[in-house]
Design a protein around this ligand. Structure first.
Ligand SMILES: Cc1ncc(COP(=O)(O)O)c(C=O)c1O
Length: 400
């Protein structure tokens, strides 16, 4: 059991705390689920890119799914080998493509014909053959929140099947492109198996037809998206997830790549914030805390639910909104949460904050970003210092 109250006292708030033992457990569960085939778990760095988190995953054998050259550099710095790194994302700058090619990562995931042309030209300039994969948009509704749905034609991601075929043929005839993989990712926080299986089937059929015409696809990248329990969702078991994908791959000898982010770190992370005051406006009860949307954006951005509790307080509960100090009505961590009466300096624990938490934080309202702490085998250590006011202004020119 993590003593959150002690950690809040020791490191102050707002604070992120990550349970590294849970990260290990969840990573290994997923890795084992895929072990019946050649496979690679390429952790989606965007979910939580702290170097210590990446180092932990690197030690467990993880690869990395990156969406910027910055994420690639983080992954390499944390010890993830280049041959386990893939580079995705709809908008890559020329410099990022060039650097990724020079770094010789496993492959670049392409999301448009125009991007393929840029990669070909840059590879030609370097005298290299770029290993590529194409992100196919299978037009499947993942039945998740529209902001985190990515596999429909109305979303900006990937290319449709016909465009993908055209691109593979073109790439196969290029001296500077080597199509080695195929990729899809239909959305995040997926809690239903059927859309994943359906998408996998469509992309597996496409892979068969590509292999038949001599395109040597080696990697079948199923993206990420495995959902976690925030409230009372029924989630997909990693074993069932892997089996559903395997069932679409009959007769194909491919390495399966899976890019989970949220599943690995989401429920291993907590956000701690201190109560400043309570107030009542009309019928509405507010608990005002020292952490806000600049620290944890998900509730404001997606109306995402995070379980909240007041540490060491019991007694009668009533509905309250837990709100931050930022000057926005949208600045809240919880709405209508049933909570006991709080007092100044009580600690509120926000659950499931390990994924898309700290990484989305900002300095809005000139607020310093929170510190991050790891707890591993009952020992805690700081893995990112709290920002100071000097950090916040360090890049600004000082006109006096
Ligand atoms: C291509 C790709 N892979 C993996 C992920 C990770 O998703 P999740 O954290 O839901 O597993 C994302 C998330 O947006 C993504 O776009």
């Amino acid at each position: 059991m993590i003593n959150f109250k002690e950690l809040a006292k020791k490191y102050d708030t707002p604070l992120y705390v990550y349970d590294f033992d849970k990260i290990e457990k969840d990573f290994l569960e997923l890795k084992n689920a895929f072990k019946a085939r050649k496979s690679l778990i390429a952790y989606a760095v965007k979910a939580n890119s702290n170097l210590s988190v990446l180092k932990k995953l690197s030690e467990l054998g993880s690869g990395a799914d990156c969406v910027s050259i910055g994420e690639i550099k983080r992954a390499l710095l944390a010890g993830i080998p280049k041959y386990k790194i893939v580079f995705s994302g709809v908008g890559k700058r020329d410099e990022e493509i060039e650097e990724a090619l020079k770094l010789d990562i496993l492959f670049i995931n392409l999301e448009s014909e125009a991007e393929m042309q840029r990669v070909e030209e840059i590879a030609m300039g370097l005298g290299k053959k770029a290993r590529i994969s194409i992100r196919v948009n299978p037009n499947i509704d993942p039945k998740t929140h529209p902001y985190i749905s990515t596999g429909l034609h109305e979303n900006k991601f990937g290319v449709d099947i016909d465009t993908a075929k055209k691109m593979y043929l073109k790439a196969n005839n290029s001296s500077f492109l080597e199509p080695v993989g195929i990729h899809f990712h239909i959305g995040s926080q997926l809690t239903k198996l059927e859309p994943i299986k359906e998408a996998s089937q469509i992309v597996a059929d496409l892979t068969r037809s590509l292999i038949k015409i001599g395109i040597d696809i080696k990697f079948f990248d199923v993206g990420g998206g495995l959902g976690i329990e925030y409230k009372d969702e029924t989630t997909i078991k990693p074993y069932d997830y892997a089996q559903a994908i395997f069932s679409t791959l009959k007769g194909l000898d491919l390495t399966v790549i899976c890019e989970p982010g949220r599943f690995i770190v989401g429920n291993a992370g907590y956000f701690l914030t201190k109560v400043l005051y309570e107030k009542v406006n009309g019928d509405k009860r507010f608990i005002i805390v020292d952490g806000g949307m600049n620290d944890l954006l998900r509730p404001s951005l997606y109306k995402a639910f995070h379980k909240v509790e007041v540490l060491d307080r019991t007694g009668d509960v009533s509905k309250a909104d837990v709100v931050g100090p930022v000057c926005e009505s949208g600045d809240f961590l919880a709405k209508d949460a049933e909570l006991p009466k709080t007092e100044h300096n009580d600690i509120i624990l926000v659950h499931s904050a390990g994924a898309y938490g700290f990484v989305m934080s900002s300095n809005y309202n000139t607020r310093a970003r929170a510190a991050e702490v790891a707890v591993e085998k009952s020992k805690d250590r700081i893995i990112r210092d709290r920002e100071s006011f000097e950090d916040l202004i360090s890049k600004e020119r000082k006109y006096i």
